[in-house]
Ligand binder design. Sequence first.
Ligand SMILES: [Fe+2]
Length: 225
Amino acid sequence: MRVRYSCQFIWFDYCARHDVALRVPGAANTVNRRASTRRSTTKLVSDARRLAKELLRGRSEERWRHSRAVAHRASELAITVPETDRPLLVAAAWLHDIGYVKPLRKTGFHPLDGATYLRAKGWSPRLCALVAHHSGARFVPIERGFAPLMAEFEFEDGVVTDALTYADQTVGPGGRRMTVEYRIAEAIARHGPDSPNARARIDRVPYLLAVAERVESRLAEIRSR
Ligand SMILES: [Fe+2]
């Protein structure tokens, strides 16, 4: 089971890095159907990677390195989500921070700006909502007055949201791996003790720690099989 998952992650990662789409010559229908599904799922990841690269690389190397590492981390965590949701998770990881890019800024709240941009470009509502709500973002808008705009994106309380948040919360700004506790402290120090992020910590920090506990327990359960 673990070997099959690993091969799939390597496949996602390879396709994303090299923008590969499978080419399978006409054989049995089942094979073609599988190939077609795989083509569309790997295309989602490679499209997401391409857009993230286009928007982030050159504008913010640090943010690009972070997004790349979060996508890689999400690939590793994909075993904790249903197989059909794995490309969605990895694609959302590539795109989760594009809202920091200047031309996309509308509210200045990056999860919301990223999600709004993706929605306007026709990305799926689920992917847009994952970007809008990554890393407990819904606890911050109340402080910043963006709650009605955030409400346009439905919060998905489930394993994909957890995996995306855990991936983001275990990778620092430059792409360095860190614990969730260190990442929370680092972010509060970086944004400042009076920042909306810091003020939202009363609700957001327990949420992030609970996400970490859930994801780590899913990983432990999978590894014990
Ligand atoms: Fe991030």
